[in-house]
Design a protein. Structure first.
Length: 120
């Protein structure tokens, strides 16, 4: 099943997990949109450097440390994703409470592991 995924904190650096995740998501036939601090393209996916109102996002996979997430809480909630994945290093109990209050599921796990084990 195709799950439109927003890679939030996407990087142009090929050694970053967010960069690798874009390719793996595409390889598993998921539609991918991406937001990062530098505009560019990874595996044919444009990385937006300004916040957009992406439609029909199933999953947001976070690659942004907790101290930088605060500025994006409202925007991410406004997208009404079905779930947000907190990849290693992004764990944020404060944000979990906000998501729970807005009936948005979250998982503290690794997107790459979920994909490799067919649990995405």
């Amino acid at each position: 099943m195709n799950k439109k995924t927003l890679v939030f904190g996407a990087s142009l650096n090929p050694s970053r997990y967010s960069n690798f995740a874009i390719g793996r998501l595409l390889a598993h036939d998921h539609e991918v949109v991406a937001y990062g601090i530098k505009k560019g393209s990874v595996a044919g996916v444009d990385i937006d450097d300004e916040l957009l109102n992406y439609d029909h996002v199933d999953t947001v996979t976070l690659y942004l440390n907790p101290s930088r997430q605060t500025a994006y809480y409202d925007h991410l909630v406004s997208l009404h994703p079905k779930r947000i994945i907190f990849n290693p290093g992004t764990e944020n109990p404060e944000f979990y409470k906000i998501l729970e209050a807005n009936a948005i599921a979250y998982e503290v796990t690794c997107t790459l592991v979920l994909l490799s084990t067919n649990q995405y």
